[in-house]
Design a binder for this molecule. Structure first.
Ligand SMILES: *Cc1c(COP(=O)(O)O)cnc(C)c1O
Ligand code: SF4
Length: 399
């Protein structure tokens, strides 16, 4: 389907918001104000299955229900298995707690020196700047705090967080996340980014956001100016299914890249949604066409009430195997499991090394053919210590 046809599907085809003038539809404040947040509102627009109805009633104790009209329009209302629908409409399965699941499955709170700041890896921090999102993903890793349905009472501590980063010269990379940082006002974001930019040892700033997918209208020229002015700012968006790659998302990505924001994508492997080679292949190809580089594919974290989303890890490996070598290398994300309890992201790869010895490494290529690469023998050539060149003129970025 072409982007133009997608557009027709949301605006005219579904026929739900045809009375709304286009300038309102394109206004992110309008989209936020008209989010669907109650069972009743949903039922006015579609027929919920009994499982969905029960899930919606329960949502207030787990993770709030909210869907922007824009995103709702991508739902196939006649299909309970619609991959968009399953991501944002709660189901009764959310009430089922399975073995090994935990509220804070990644042990983030233990690695949190300041409320909202997670310092797990040596050189970078995760800075949670809000607990709000434009819509809520039912499989959200941070559902313990996001939307505050569980009375976690998250309050971002901007000043304390910034001070922590200032006082820790080893932190060279700051990842703004939440919740969704792009729900902050342009002014607040500009303040945060320029404060971070002013810290000498912070050389890499990035944002994790699903706003381009839920609320592409938020990517305004004014917001892009902030990124232009204080860039480079990198961004990881979060697209799970090719159906999310609409004309609006493509245009939002274009505005961001033209403002100098390099874009990556993080997907979560979700059972019955994208745990399928053809679906993932279509997704990564569409992403590249939108100038978005697939970055990570995550195995579902063990959050409470998430087991109905949990795909088989072997499926993830199969997907990567089906991509690597068979398509553009840029299209292949890294499959990872964020180790339960706080071990960090661990890469999971198909095995291409058949054997490894002092004599040779035996490889299997993407077609399954075997190749032998002999180990290097003989005397290593001398590399003089001074040849790395950090003293030489013209090397950029060394401080
Ligand atoms: C994912 C994550 C990061 C960023 O990891 P990258 O592999 O550099 O993208 C940083 N801190 C925490 C706590 C994370 O979960
Ligand atoms: S956008 Fe991200 S933080 Fe927000 S609900 Fe979805 S997964 Fe959670």
């Amino acid at each position: 389907m072409s982007y133009t046809e997608d557009r027709a599907a949301w605006f005219r085809g579904q026929g739900l918001w045809t009375h709304v003038p286009e300038h309102e539809w394109r206004d992110w404040a309008w989209q936020l104000k008209h989010r669907l947040t109650t069972t009743r509102q949903l039922e006015e627009l579609m027929e919920l299955t009994p499982e969905e109805k029960a899930g919606c009633e329960h949502a207030n104790q787990k993770l709030a229900l909210a869907i922007t009209p824009y995103f709702f329009n991508l739902i196939d209302r006649s299909n309970p298995d619609c991959p968009i629908r399953k991501q944002v409409i709660p189901r009764a399965d959310e009430m089922v707690v399975s073995e090994g699941e935990a509220l804070d499955s990644l042990g983030e709170d233990e690695h949190s020196p300041v409320s909202g700041l997670v310092h797990r890896y040596p050189d970078r921090v995760l800075f949670l700047v809000t607990d709000r999102c434009a819509s809520y993903c039912r499989y959200c890793t941070r559902s313990r705090l996001v939307s505050n349905a569980q009375d976690y009472n998250f309050h971002p501590e901007y000043e304390q967080g910034l001070q922590y980063i200032e006082n820790h010269p080893e932190v060279r990379d700051v990842l703004l996340s939440g919740g969704d940082p792009l729900l902050l006002s342009d002014r607040k974001l500009e303040q945060l980014i320029s404060r971070l930019r002013a810290i000498k040892h912070v050389e890499f700033i990035r944002i994790g956001s699903r706003i381009p997918v839920f609320l592409p209208q938020r990517i305004t020229p004014e917001l892009c100016e902030v990124f232009k002015k204080h860039g480079p700012v990198w961004m990881s968006i979060h697209v799970n299914h090719p159906k999310e790659c609409t004309d609006e998302l493509r245009a939002a990505c274009e505005r961001l890249t033209f403002a100098g924001v390099p874009l990556g994508n993080q997907s979560v492997l979700l059972k019955g949604i994208n745990d399928d080679v053809e679906v993932m292949k279509a997704l990564v190809h569409r992403l590249l066409r939108m100038r978005v580089r697939p970055y990570y594919l995550y195995q579902m974290d063990l959050i409470t009430g998430g087991s109905h989303f949990k795909a088989d890890v072997r499926k993830g490996i199969e997907i990567i195997r089906a991509l690597r070598g068979h398509t553009t290398g840029y299209a292949v994300p890294q499959f990872v499991i964020d180790a339960p309890g706080g071990g960090g992201k661990v890469p999971i790869n198909p095995e291409y090394v058949e054997s490894l010895s002092d004599e040779a490494v035996v490889l299997r290529n993407y077609e399954g053919r075997k190749y032998r690469y002999p180990m290097v023998t003989g005397v290593p050539s001398e590399v003089s210590a001074g040849s790395m060149g950090s003293e030489s003129a013209g090397v950029w970025g060394d401080r």
